[in-house]
Design a protein around this ligand. Structure first.
Ligand SMILES: *[C@@H]1O[C@H](CO)[C@@H](O)[C@H](O)[C@H]1NC(C)=O
Ligand SMILES: *[C@@H]1O[C@H](CO)[C@@H](O)[C@H](O)[C@H]1NC(C)=O
Ligand SMILES: *[C@@H]1O[C@H](CO)[C@@H](O)[C@H](O)[C@H]1NC(C)=O
Ligand SMILES: *[C@@H]1O[C@H](CO)[C@@H](O)[C@H](O)[C@H]1NC(C)=O
Ligand SMILES: *[C@@H]1O[C@H](CO)[C@@H](O)[C@H](O)[C@H]1NC(C)=O
Ligand SMILES: *[C@@H]1O[C@H](CO)[C@@H](O)[C@H](O)[C@H]1NC(C)=O
Ligand SMILES: *[C@@H]1O[C@H](CO)[C@@H](O)[C@H](O)[C@H]1NC(C)=O
Length: 648
């Protein structure tokens, strides 16, 4: 070959190569135009054909701009069937998200061309047909989410071919038949809840929690009740997750629970009567029956003086116990309080909370502590510390009461309820979703409250969770932190069985003493909860959620940060950047190494800076400007790796 021919060949090859690259993108451009033009869609996704495909909203190209590697159209108001020969031709696609649309029909057969696909998010649509056989050939899949669709038929055992799968989410479909023995080492999250599966849970899947399987009428075996118990007919599944998984064991549990509540009510009545008689005639007390073998949190009538009470160190009844007010803005005393009508608000890890309506109309929250381990002196010292805490983002402690049998705390009553109820209450049944502005506001209020506790109050909160963030009913929709600093009353220990595990910093498993840094971790989990709409593990409530930090990390690692965000947030425009920023803050907070977590006041500063940047840029106003639109689209790409770098 002469040098000249070599030269010519080289030129030809370069030209050919160049031609191949451009024609590839031409084909991808056409495919995506066909796709979007054939389906109704949000105007944000009316791509401009004269702009390069790599600048289109939702489209991400590889670093050399020679292929499309990500297509993300969550909440894009797409409806109808995916046309053939559109998305299926984007052979370089690694991540595809069409979640939270109204797509129907089957997955097109040409999806089998997507051999590079790693992450597929099709949840919250109306796709139907069998488990898409084409997906069983995309063996590189890591994250497969088909949940909340209309898929039916059996789950194929061939899922085992997807060796790298970490997340397989099939819940809320109509899958039927028996569960195959899915045995994938890599699998971290697995969910088939609320389908029509029957038979026994295979041993290979027993390691997943009950919530992964609940809502299948005829499914049984570990972790569900054993198969012998399913003879009794289960209630209809229509009402919701909870009722559809009622097993006889659960019914028994409910019966026992109801009995317990009854017993508690009885005891409260007894308590009221007893204290009235104490001031009045002592003789009447004889007629009060003692609950046999009952529930005893110190509310018992005086007939039993348990050794447990002696341990608490309240040695004598001598000094008359009084309701101690820090600043008596309320005009009531203990007698009034005990006469008040009480309603159980909730049972927590430290005791039970009651809403007490006093005769003169004041409503307060009375928290009745159980298993207090400190002496009266120690109790009072801690109360003095907590009583000094005064901040607009903290629910103030108004009064306390300490006696041998009874330890009460009195707080203001906030009728708007807790963040937990607002975020997770009646999901999916026509509720008003908690919007982004409100979530940000709540997060910032909570952060400020906790920072105040840490800096000014020198108090470790020790029990940060969504149900301890209470809401004001004012126009600002402010939030307040409640239930702080009670850990020390239990010897400063956080018992692994007793505390809400989902929010607990990993080091507490060993150190067991809550710290400022463990508070920061819990707050990080709270932020993740706000962002994802998912509740963390709440083992103490008998509910198994997910390990939020671990779950978020597993998704973020796979280059698709935005997939973690709550579906309910999809309807708001131009918040993605803020969500990613808040996610980064949250990920810093949940760092496994305590020293790597920012201090709470630092967290507040970061969140405030974040808000300021957003209002200064006027991002929210720019939603219709296509040039700005692409700016808004870019940041997730560059921030994609940041959470990973923040955490080790
Ligand atoms: C890829 O395309 C984008 C948008 O058109 C452009 O900003 C970027 O410079 C391109 N990169 C390369 C390597 O051509
Ligand atoms: C796609 O092609 C398959 C078979 O090739 C056909 O059954 C299906 O109806 C087509 N879908 C659409 C939306 O055209
Ligand atoms: C799916 O279809 C059902 C029945 O047509 C409809 O009620 C539901 O809203 C649809 N879901 C979505 C996500 O479009
Ligand atoms: C599975 O993951 C490993 C490690 O990341 C990778 O080497 C392998 O190619 C992957 N398998 C497939 C089928 O993609
Ligand atoms: C769900 O799938 C069934 C077939 O399995 C079909 O008859 C029904 O129309 C589908 N519903 C929706 C809303 O697509
Ligand atoms: C599960 O249901 C299918 C029909 O949907 C039936 O053929 C099969 O025998 C059932 N298996 C068990 C264990 O009940
Ligand atoms: C019920 O349990 C007994 C023994 O405990 C066992 O022999 C029997 O096969 C079980 N029945 C079912 C339906 O699993």
């Amino acid at each position: 070959m002469s040098p000249f021919t070599i030269f010519l060949t080289t030129i030809l090859l370069i030209l050919l190569h160049h031609h191949r690259v451009t024609s590839d993108l031409t084909q991808e451009t056409q495919a995506l135009q066909t796709f979007i033009n054939n389906l109704p869609h949000d105007s944000r996704y009316s791509w401009n054909p004269s702009q390069p495909i790599c600048t289109w909203r939702g489209v991400t190209c590889d670093p050399t701009n020679s292929s499309v590697v990500q297509l993300r159209l969550p909440g894009a108001k797409l409806a109808g069937k995916i046309p053939n020969n559109t998305i299926g031709t984007l052979t370089h696609l690694r991540t595809l998200s069409l979640r939270s649309n109204a797509l129907t029909g089957t997955i097109p057969p040409d999806f089998s061309n997507l051999v590079n696909l790693k992450n597929l998010f099709l949840q919250h649509n109306n796709f139907s047909g069998e488990f898409p056989a084409t997906l069983l050939k995309t063996v590189g899949l890591i994250h497969l989410d088909l949940s909340v669709n209309n898929f039916s038929g059996e789950i194929p055992v061939k899922v085992n071919d997807l060796k790298n799968l970490t997340n397989l989410l099939l819940q809320n479909n109509k899958f039927s038949g028996e569960l195959p023995s899915i045995d994938l080492e890599s699998l971290v999250n697995f969910n088939v809840a609320n389908n029509n599966l029957n038979g026994t849970v295979p041993m290979t899947l027993s390691k997943f929690p009950v919530t992964s399987f609940s809502g299948n009428i005829n499914l049984c075996g570990n972790p569900l009740p054993s198969c012998n118990n399913t003879v009794a007919p289960s209630p209809a599944p229509v009402v919701g997750k909870k009722s559809s998984k009622l097993s006889p064991a659960a019914i028994t549990a409910i019966a026992v629970g109801s009995a317990l509540i009854l017993a508690i009510i009885l005891l409260i009545v007894l308590l009221c009567c007893r204290n009235k008689t104490k001031t009045g005639q002592q003789s009447k007390q004889v007629s009060k029956p003692v609950q046999p073998g009952g529930y005893r949190t110190g509310a018992d009538v005086g007939t039993t003086s348990s050794s447990k009470d002696d341990v608490t160190g309240a040695s004598a009844e001598s000094g008359r116990n009084k309701l101690v007010f820090f600043e008596n803005i309320y005009g009531f005393d203990l007698e009034d309080l005990l006469r008040a009508s009480a309603e159980v608000l909730g049972k927590g890890s430290v005791g039970t909370s009651y809403k007490a309506v006093l005769e003169e109309g004041t409503t307060v929250v009375v928290k009745r502590l159980k298993d207090v381990t400190v002496t009266k002196k120690e109790f009072e010292v801690q109360m003095e510390v907590l009583g000094k805490v005064k901040n607009e983002n903290v629910v103030e402690l108004r009064a306390y009461y300490y006696s041998k049998d009874e330890k009460l705390l009195v707080y203001d009553y906030l009728p708007a309820g807790s963040l937990s109820a607002l975020l997770h209450g009646s999901r999916g049944s026509g509720r008003t979703p908690l919007d982004w502005e409100h979530r940000m506001r709540i997060a910032l209020c909570a952060a400020k409250g906790i920072a105040y506790l840490h800096v000014a109050g020198k108090v470790v909160h020790g029990n940060i969770k969504a149900s301890n963030i209470l809401l004001k009913q004012d126009t600002n929709r402010d939030a307040l932190v409640s239930d702080f600093g009670l850990n020390t009353l239990f010897g400063g220990l956080t018992s692994p069985n007793n505390r809400v595990t989902g929010y607990r910093a990993p080091e507490l498993l060993e150190a067991r003493k809550a710290t400022f840094k463990s508070d920061v971790y819990s707050f990080g989990v709270l932020l993740l909860e706000l962002l994802t709409g998912k509740a963390p593990n709440q083992a103490s409530l008998g509910e198994e959620g997910i390990d939020l930090p671990r779950w978020v990390q597993s998704v973020v690692r796979e280059e698709w940060t935005a997939e973690v965000f709550d579906v309910e947030l999809m309807r708001y425009q131009n918040i993605e950047e803020e969500m990613v920023q808040l996610l980064q803050i949250a990920m810093a907070c949940v760092s496994t190494v305590p020293d790597q977590r920012p201090a709470m006041q630092e967290v507040v500063r970061m969140m405030e800076d974040m808000n300021r940047a957003e209002t200064d840029d006027g991002l929210r106003q720019s939603s219709d400007d296509p040039s700005k639109g692409s700016d808004v689209h870019t940041p997730p790409t560059e921030t994609r790796n940041s959470p990973a770098t923040v955490t080790p």
